[in-house]
Design a protein around this ligand. Structure first.
Ligand SMILES: Nc1nc2c(ncn2[C@@H]2O[C@H](COP(=O)(O)OP(=O)(O)OP(=O)(O)O)[C@@H](O)[C@H]2O)c(=O)[nH]1
Length: 214
């Protein structure tokens, strides 16, 4: 398989942060988005940003900005679809997505997702991490892993199926990936979950602390 294209998902409304663009918040003198770009760009053959509204606010990043084509903030799958349509125009056969609010994701994300897809007709893989004992207990159902639906490898070949599912009202990522027998790639959560994401002002403080300790 050729190296996939990368798409950074920044199309949400950041309600828990009070609105605006979470990706433009600063940690360690750099925006969350630029941390994500630094991690993802060496792993992919090209990069775009999925975001809604005025693209000018991201101009200095120098990336193509892809708005959702499904209306009404349909969730991250709408961003995946925008990325797949862009990849089809570029003649690529797959994309890897990363969320703009997740500054510490693994530097071998793409390698590991791609390895997990070996033998699949349409490569479709989500990242997962083990839950800590406490988290597993609190989850009621005793789930042992966290699935990270914004970190995945997605096939261009399934973009029309995804479009139809979204038009039908599907929103939950794993419902769609399970339907297509998506696989999972397990990443370590030691010393902390690398897919830790920033949703609230408290989590922004935690990200700053983690960065200082790194
Ligand atoms: N393209 C697109 N991406 C979305 C949408 N909603 C969420 N996302 C992305 O999905 C990822 C996870 O989003 P959440 O943290 O659940 O949602 P959020 O809108 O960022 O924040 P909250 O409003 O506080 O839930 C982030 O990368 C978001 O940018 C959407 O409607 N369209």
């Amino acid at each position: 398989m050729t190296k996939p294209l990368g798409v950074i998902l920044a199309g949400g409304q950041a309600t828990r942060m009070g609105g605006g663009d979470k990706g433009l918040l600063q940690i360690g003198g750099q925006s969350l988005l630029s941390h994500v770009i630094d991690r993802l760009s060496p792993q992919v053959s090209g990069l775009a940003l999925n975001a809604n509204g005025d693209p000018e606010r991201f101009a200095e990043l120098g990336l193509p900005v892809l708005p959702d084509t499904i209306e009404g903030f349909a969730g991250p799958l709408a961003g995946v679809l925008a990325g797949l349509d862009w990849a089809a125009e570029q003649g690529a056969d797959s994309i890897v997505t990363a969320a703009a609010d997740t500054p510490f994701f693994p530097r071998d994300l793409v390698t590991r997702l791609t390895q997990a897809a070996e033998g699949q007709v349409h490569p479709l893989v989500l990242a997962i991490t083990p839950r800590s004992g406490d988290e597993a207990l609190k989850s009621g159902g005793g789930k042992r892993v966290n699935r990270h639906p914004t970190f995945g490898l997605w096939p261009v070949a399934l973009r029309d199926d995804l479009r139809a599912a979204l038009m039908d009202g599907l929103r939950k990522v794993v419902l769609w990936t399970d339907k297509h027998e998506g696989r999972e790639a397990l990443f370590s959560a030691d010393p902390f979950d690398p897919f830790f994401n920033v949703n609230t002002p408290e989590e922004l403080d935690r990200a700053r602390t983690l960065l200082e300790q790194a």
